[in-house]
Design a protein. Structure first.
Length: 412
């Protein structure tokens, strides 16, 4: 242990009340920062996992070709090379596209979907639905539909072409349960009768309140579509690389391809804004703790003027005097951050146990949190920076005290 560190420990333990006040500010600032970031990111991660699990990490849609006439359709993609395009509804060669797509290392599986918007009726209740005509085995491999079922059985749907799976909130709206009958209205005005084989809950309100799954061939007849797929959804090993793969698929297949980041950009921006706002607000607590430490160390310099003069007369350099007070700040930051991280873990766990009914954008029965080591790292860095700034000025002032002048002033 160096002499400046030893003296810093003696100075800190001499004023225990001031030390506890300084530590408490850092501890609670770090803990609350960790807890709030875990909450805001928890809801964002739940949304990402749910939307990828239901809609895929990447979606390929209608084909296009360059259009050079005066009238053109603006690009639906962010690709700079797709400025003027003519779009054609549907995917006519879905099997061949999926065969080639599976050769890419990042592609786990893919599934064709025939999508359409129609009306549903059960007893006296009506709703506009988003019909997904799927291949049951492929869709089960590509999405989390099998894990999303809260009632019924997936095998009942797979083995019965006149059955459907509906979203949980849509089931509440239509007041139906597994085994009940639902009528779907085709574009030609015909009502088709289906049996509800299962009810699915993805966790995303927009999906659960409109989504209905049927067999692809049945959906093709119901919607009167000449093609068997209007899009292909992909499950990826690394969803973060979806934008690069989407651009590559557009160039290769000449079909509009959209990553989950692009598809959910507006919602992700909302979560990011909330996370940054919470971080800024809680950082003010750590900043206030820094002001408290500044006052404590400034008072310590004024109270230890004689001791500092004696140390200077004994041969201690200015840098040694500065080190004494910088060590005090470092000890407060280190101990406060460590205890704050432990308290943050406890608070995060406690918050995750709080029951709360959320039935809006997301579905949850308790507060959602994420355990991320980066929250602890950022909280610790903020505490270190704030305490260092608060310690630097008192340390610099202590180093500038002249030993002879100080001793004469104290003896008068």
């Amino acid at each position: 242990m160096t002499p400046p560190l030893y003296i810093a420990l003696r100075f800190l333990t001499h004023r225990k009340r001031a030390l506890l006040l300084s530590l408490s500010g850092v501890v609670f600032g770090v803990a609350i920062f960790i807890c709030t970031q875990a909450q805001t990111q928890g809801f964002a991660q739940q949304f990402i996992d749910s939307t990828i699990g239901s809609n895929g990490a990447l979606v390929m849609q209608e084909r296009f070709r360059p259009r050079y006439q005066d009238l053109f359709v603006a690009s639906k993609s962010t690709s700079a090379n797709a400025s003027h395009r003519l779009f054609f509804e549907g995917i006519t060669d879905a099997s061949e596209i999926m065969r080639v797509s599976r050769q890419f290392s990042n592609v786990v599986s893919c599934s064709p979907v025939l999508r359409g918007t129609i009306s549903a009726r059960a007893d006296f209740q009506n709703a506009t639905i988003d019909l997904f005509g799927i291949d049951p085995p492929l869709h089960l491999q590509t999405t989390n539909l099998g894990q999303e079922l809260v009632a019924g059985n997936y095998d009942d749907f797979r083995n019965n072409t006149s059955s459907i799976i509906i979203g949980s909130r849509l089931a509440e709206l239509l007041d139906v349960k597994a085994g009940d009958a639902v009528q779907l209205l085709s574009p030609h005005g015909e009502y088709w009768r289906f049996t509800v084989a299962a009810i699915a809950r993805s966790g995303v309100g927009a999906i659960d309140s409109t989504r209905v799954y049927s067999h692809a061939r049945v959906a093709q007849s119901l919607l009167h579509r000449p093609f068997t797929a209007s899009m292909i959804i992909y499950k990826l090993r690394d969803p973060s690389r979806a934008p690069a793969l989407a651009n590559h698929f557009e160039d290769l297949f000449k079909h509009v391809s959209q990553s989950w980041q692009e598809r959910e950009e507006s919602t992700l921006q909302i979560f990011l804004t909330l996370q940054i706002s919470a971080a800024i607000t809680v950082s003010l607590i750590i900043l206030l703790a820094g002001f408290g430490i500044f006052n404590v160390l400034t008072m310590a310099v004024l109270a230890k003027v004689k001791e500092i003069a004696i140390l200077r007369s004994m041969g201690y350099r200015r840098v040694d005097i500065s080190a004494i007070f910088l060590w005090q700040g470092a000890l407060i930051a280190g101990i406060g951050s460590l205890v704050g991280c432990l308290l943050g873990m406890v608070l995060t766990w406690g918050v995750s146990q709080i029951p709360i009914r959320i039935r809006g954008l997301l579905y949850a029965d308790h507060l959602l949190v994420v355990w991320d080591w980066r929250h602890y790292l950022w909280a610790t860095l903020l505490a270190i920076v704030a305490v260092f700034i608060a310690s630097y000025v008192p340390a610099l002032r202590a180093a500038q005290l002249a030993p002879v002048t100080t001793l004469r002033g104290s003896s008068v």
